[in-house]
Design a protein around this ligand. Structure first.
Ligand SMILES: [Fe+2]
Length: 207
């Protein structure tokens, strides 16, 4: 019998409803009154300062809630349990007409997004296949072609509800198309393990 092996797959963890209603409300209240800065590339996208989660009770709580998910996700990345910590955290407020340009997160291993408000159907986070390197330079993308993990260029996250978490490797490029609906609020963070080890070549990390 034929077998298809999913070689060198990229993990992405979705955890629906991770935050409860009280946690979502507290986070939205915090963000709506926080000092915001305008995104360099979209005048309708605003962020709070990049914060150390240890400095803020809300972000401490978020870090506590995502900790077991980071442990599970870290098993997929490294195949062994590591001690993970959220080293920085910030928020994104996307007004109507705003978008988030394609980017990845440097100096980090796992990144996450927590959705606090519903997103317009046109404004879902899009993950992009890593460009170049090992792929054919030809594509067969038509209206009728069946798209799957082996040929798709993009992965559009399914509808994210308030309280949902998504975790992805920090190197994975992602973007948010133009918001055509109501204000969309998310919390984003970067996380690192305490150390990684390659046959004794060990590197320790601290936030
Ligand atoms: Fe991001």
């Amino acid at each position: 019998m034929d077998q298809i092996e999913p070689l060198f797959a990229i993990p992405l963890l979705r955890s629906p409803g991770l935050l409860n209603a009280a946690q979502i409300e507290a986070a939205v209240d915090y963000i709506r009154t926080a000092r915001m800065e305008t995104n360099l590339r979209s005048s309708a996208l605003f962020h709070t300062d990049i914060a150390d989660p240890k400095d803020d009770p809300l972000f401490q709580e978020i870090s506590r809630v995502v900790a077991p998910k980071l442990k599970d996700f870290g098993m997929l990345l490294f195949g062994e349990e590591r001690r993970w910590s959220v080293k920085e955290i910030w928020t994104n407020v996307l007004e109507k007409g705003g978008s988030q340009a394609l980017h990845s997160h440097a100096n980090s291993f796992a990144s996450g997004i927590l959705y606090l408000t519903p997103s317009h159907s046109a404004c879902k986070t899009v993950f992009v296949r890593p460009p170049g390197g090992y792929d054919f330079s030809f594509r067969h993308h038509t209206r009728t072609a069946a798209m799957g993990p082996y040929n798709a260029g993009k992965y559009v996250l399914p509808e994210a509800e308030p309280g949902d978490l998504v975790l992805f490797p920090s190197y994975l490029y992602h973007e948010v198309p133009m918001n055509q609906g109501e204000q969309r609020i998310t919390i984003a963070f970067n996380a690192i393990p305490d150390s990684i080890d390659c046959w004794g070549y060990r590197i320790n990390f601290s936030g």
